[in-house]
Each structure stands twice: as structure tokens, then as C-alpha cells.
Design a protein around this ligand. Structure first.
Ligand SMILES: [Zn+2]
Length: 144
């Protein structure tokens, strides 16, 4: 991948589209690179870090949004991903970024984009409802 193209993909850092972005998300992790669930292997299996300083082994899949925690050093990230989210498109392809075909990568890209939009729309909707439910209620009442 050329330097320029990878720069373009940095725009998608907030959705953890690229394996590099997922690796970079880990601020803390209880295990080193010698175990099955190393940071590199977690990122390859689609996980980014969604933990915090007290709950440091929580990760989330960038495609299906499945969150998992309580990892043991012998846990295989791909196997755990498949066990808890067999419907995930990334799990169905079952290989790391470098081994995805262009078509598979684009399908993943679409799935991530759609999930992000749905999430944003739901956030806007719940923010709107939280702020204006009483106004909305009286508006709807007037219409009757
Ligand atoms: Zn997934």
C-alpha cells in the first residue's frame, strides 16, 4: 500500500478500519506479544481496545461491535470472536487484513460504514428525544 493511500485511510481511524489503527488503540493490555491473545493477534482478529484503566482487557470488534473481556493468555482471538459473534462478516472471511481480497476488504469497508451511520443516527435520535420529548409530545398532541 502506498504512503498516500494509507494516509487516506487514516480518516477512518475512529472506526478502527485498519489493523494498524486497532493496534494503536491499545493503551493498556495485561499480556505481552508471546501469548495467544497478544495485541497484534487481537487486532488481526478485528478487535480494538475498548477498555479503561480499571478494566483493561476489554475489546470490541470493528465490524460487528461485539465486546469481549476476561481474556486468558491461551485464548485464541479468532476462536473467541467466532464463538461469540458467528454472524460477523469479518469472522466469516476469517483472515487478517493482509490476506483479505480487495472485494472482501471493500465489503468490510461497507459494513463498517453502514454500522457507523446507524450508530450515529441512533445517537442523534436519542439525543433529540432526550432533549425534546416533551416538546415532541405536545407537537403530536396538537396534530390530533
Ligand atoms: Zn466481529
Amino acid at each position: 500500500m502506498s504512503e498516500k493511500l494509507s494516509d487516506k485511510f487514516n480518516k477512518f481511524q475512529n472506526v478502527f478500519l485498519m489493523e494498524k489503527h486497532r493496534i494503536d488503540s491499545f493503551q493498556k493490555w495485561p499480556y505481552d506479544e508471546s501469548v495467544e491473545c497478544s495485541i497484534t493477534k487481537m487486532a488481526q482478529a478485528g478487535f480494538y481496545w475498548s477498555g479503561n484503566m480499571t478494566d483493561e482487557d476489554t475489546v470490541t470488534c470493528f465490524v460487528c461491535g461485539k465486546t469481549l473481556h476476561g481474556w486468558d493468555p491461551t485464548d485464541d482471538p479468532w476462536k473467541e470472536h467466532a464463538k461469540h459473534a458467528p454472524q460477523c462478516q469479518f469472522v466469516k472471511y476469517g483472515h487478517k487484513e493482509a490476506d483479505l481480497t480487495l472485494e472482501e476488504f471493500l465489503n468490510i469497508f461497507s459494513a463498517v460504514g453502514i454500522n457507523k451511520m446507524l450508530k450515529d443516527i441512533n445517537n442523534i435520535k436519542s439525543n433529540f428525544l432526550a432533549r425534546s420529548s416533551s416538546e415532541l409530545e405536545s407537537f403530536l398532541m396538537e396534530k390530533k
